[in-house]
Design a protein around this ligand. Structure first.
Ligand code: MTE
Length: 327
């Protein structure tokens, strides 16, 4: 029989799931038919068992690039999350709608891997990941991440500023947004067989957001190439927004003048919007966002406006009226 020990960061079910949110089976099926509950209260409850020990995928050929020099500008107000937690408690719906997807994600082939820059750019291009890594200014940054479900972590990402990628793409003057798309491969990602989700996963930023100094393309984590479960070989890290904006395993960046409709917006637009900026005072329709549960800690911490990054990004939104900036 499989036994499991509760980790410090797991919440007792009664704390994580207010009674009125506990879904009965009928409700659950109805919910799944309409789209899931990323992120229902139940999503906070982690399970971790012995079979989560990671089977290794093929080694990553970029390993020699790491560790990278840390950029001292980005500091943390809390300890770095334990690596084992950040790499075994994940959201990656392509591999399952629960947190223990790390093992399943090892099936993702990360070479060959190409990234296409297309749409409103001077010249469309498809570039192989190792060539891209050679051309980008790589560095390490300590960033917080706040999931909309109210758990959070603080990790050392390796990678490069997204602005460097935008410069490489050379967008045309009329481009206003960047739509990013995750790989699509139902043979390795069983979640993509779930027809009620609008695969592939898509996310979007405005060009101003993407060229803000904080927007980062992560290719490494904890001084090594980023593991598959965290979005190898490249994922977005936009720490002032809820975690679902930080799309994983990207294959395409499309420059456009139309605002992209992101995965969760299609699934449940009333709960997950385009902007998704962190704000403790704006509750999710089903739970408060006032505080969060750092992975590995048994105490909740207050959530900060723009996840503590207001000085970098608040100006981006100051003249926007009538937009749901915090959902
Ligand atoms: N990207 C893809 N392609 N698929 C996903 O399911 N989940 C998002 C985001 N990026 C997701 C994704 C959500 S909800 C969160 S909170 C973060 O990834 C989690 O990142 P982590 O597992 O590295 O902590």
């Amino acid at each position: 029989m499989l036994t499991r020990t509760k980790r410090g960061w797991e919440l007792p079910e009664r704390m994580a799931t207010p009674e009125h949110l506990v879904l009965n089976r009928r409700h659950l099926l109805k919910g799944l038919a309409a789209g899931p509950m990323l992120l229902g209260g139940t999503a906070l409850i982690g399970t971790y068992g012995p079979d989560d020990a990671l089977a290794q995928g093929d080694p990553d050929p970029s390993a020699g690039l790491y560790p990278l020099q840390r950029n001292p500008k980005y500091t943390l107000d809390r300890p770095i999350t334990e690596e084992r937690l950040a790499t075994t408690y994940n959201n990656f719906y392509e591999f399952g709608s629960h947190k223990q997807i790390a093992k399943a994600a090892q099936k993702l082939p990360i070479r060959p891997w190409t990234v296409t820059l297309d749409g409103m750019v001077e010249k469309e291009q498809t570039i192989d990941i190792d060539t891209l890594l050679k051309r980008m200014p790589l560095e390490e940054r300590l960033y917080r991440m706040r999931c909309v479900e109210a758990w959070s972590m603080a990790v050392p990402w390796g990678g490069f500023p997204m602005k460097a990628l935008v410069d490489l793409a050379q967008p045309k003057a009329g481009a206003k947004y960047i739509a990013m798309t995750t790989f699509q491969n139902r043979d390795v990602a069983p979640g993509q067989k779930q027809f009620w989700y609008p695969w592939p996963y898509v996310e979007g930023l405005t060009i101003e957001e993407a060229t803000n100094e904080l927007a980062f393309i992560a290719t490494g984590l904890y001084g090594k190439p980023i593991p598959r479960q965290n979005g190898a070989p490249l994922r977005l890290a936009v720490p002032w927004k809820y975690g679902f904006k930080s799309i994983k395993s990207i294959v395409r960046f499309t420059f456009t003048d139309q605002r992209p409709k992101s995965f969760w917006e299609v699934v449940q637009g009333s709960e997950y919007g385009f902007w998704a900026n962190v704000n403790p005072e704006v509750a999710h329709p089903r739970w408060s966002q006032a505080s969060e549960k750092p992975l590995g800690s048994d105490k909740r911490a207050p959530t900060l406006l723009y996840n503590g990054y207001a000085e970098f990004v608040a100006h981006l939104y100051k003249d926007m009226k009538g937009e749901r900036l915090f959902l």
